[in-house]
Design a protein around this ligand. Structure first.
Ligand code: TXA
Ligand code: MG
Length: 367
């Protein structure tokens, strides 16, 4: 039995008590729900991997209380001293300013940075890597638990490995019911996609290891031209395979999913119906309301339409993304057919990344 706990002060205390006993609890963050455990307790960390059936080579993000940020922002030297988690001397000097500017602007928030670690971080947490991923989440409930427990919390997304990330307490239950003692209900997540993960590529370059809720444009504007920000496409081949949700098939629905090469058009339908005749009806995942022609076409074939947004609003699409994949999985459609986002700029980059991985597993290929 997994308890769904309302956000009361007694329940917050109960959550902290569970964490102190070395248990794991699902907690809301502003991106997706995380499955949290005490980073310093090997038994708790092992429980996280077990509950998710996550392979031990996939490292965890360590979450920090907002007390590690002062009113002046974030200083890496002070953060290293206060937490004992970061090896400050191994951070390339030219990157200290840009990283501090980013953390000052976006912490607490959906930004994760991968920094050289000290021996105090368990190898279990980082899967033996010499670096640790750190994030200061913004969700008030997550912050209350971090503050009250005094712990650093390791927390991957609270889903079974490779499956759809949860953006509500109900979605956590659908993934992990019976495997964890409790989920703290914080309603729907504000952003709906995971944090953006930044790593150090070389002494002058930061690289986006995983695109996410914070856009490359916002990051580059904050660091300015003094620091090069490499996008995920440019670096993906050179990063170790364990890094950053880069396993090919990930965030995936149970049903096969096909990613169209362009926005859905009436001309696609006959082609789809012919080639995937034994995989009908289709569920169409669209970024905007189809025009009347297309709408008629799709309904005529007995297919269903799932809208991420009515008008290509990418913030809205990101918020709805994982929940919509869940609804499609639960619906009567047999194959998911997704159109790409209207742009790959801004949140379009992270949405396209998730769609590609969701479509990787067993979906039919577009003829
Ligand atoms: O928004 C988020 O980041 C959510 C919430 C719960 O905070 N967490 C999340 O965790 O998405 P997870 O474990 O599902 O994804 C974290 C990714 C993993 O794919 C892992 O490979 C990468 O972060 N990662 C962790 N430590 C790393 C490291 N030292 N170097 C490179 N990548 C790392
Ligand atoms: Mg995940």
């Amino acid at each position: 039995m997994t308890k769904k706990l309302a956000a009361t002060s007694e329940n917050l205390q109960a959550v902290v008590a569970l964490l102190q006993q070395g248990e794991v609890v699902a907690l809301p963050t502003e991106t997706v729900y995380g499955l949290a455990g005490n980073s310093a307790n090997p038994a708790a960390v092992v429980r996280i991997f077990e509950a998710k059936e996550r392979p031990s080579f996939d490292p965890l993000i360590v979450h920090l209380a907002s007390k590690y940020r002062t009113s002046n922002g974030v200083s890496l030297k002070s953060l290293a001293e206060a937490t004992g988690l970061i090896d400050f001397n191994k951070i390339p000097i030219q990157l200290i300013g840009p990283i501090e500017a980013l953390l000052t602007k976006f912490w607490p928030g959906p930004l994760t940075v991968v920094l050289p670690k000290t021996d105090r971080v368990l190898d279990l947490v980082t899967s033996g890597l010499p670096s640790v991923a750190l994030r200061m989440p913004a969700h008030p409930l997550m912050q209350s638990v971090l503050q009250a427990s005094g712990m650093f919390l390791s927390a991957p997304s609270a889903n079974r490995f490779g499956s759809i990330s949860p953006t509500s307490a109900e979605a956590v239950l659908a993934e992990l019911h019976g495997r964890i003692p409790a989920v703290l209900d914080g309603g729907n997540c504000e952003h709906g996609l995971e944090s953006t993960i930044l790593g150090i590529m070389n002494p002058t370059t930061l690289t986006i290891l995983r695109p996410g809720s914070l856009t490359q444009e916002e990051i580059q504007t904050t660091t300015g031209p003094r620091c090069k920000i490499e996008g995920p496409a440019e670096t993906i081949a050179s990063i170790p395979p364990q890094a950053a949700g880069q396993i090919d098939s990930h965030y995936a629905p149970r049903k096969g999913m096909l990613l169209l090469p362009e926005s859905m058009k009436p001309a696609h339908l006959p082609l789809l119906e012919k080639h995937f005749a034994d995989a009908k009806p289709f569920g169409f995942l669209l970024f905007q309301k189809p025009d009347p022609d297309l709408n008629k076409f799709l309904h005529h074939g007995g297919h269903s339409i799932f809208l991420l947004s009515t008008n290509s609003n990418l913030r809205e699409a990101a918020q709805n993304f994982y929940q919509t994949l869940r609804s499609m999985d639960a619906s009567r459609c047999r194959t998911l057919v997704a159109e790409p986002p209207p742009t790959q700029e801004g949140l379009g980059l992270a949405l396209m990344d998730r769609l590609k991985r969701a479509a990787k597993k067993k979906g039919p290929k577009f003829p």
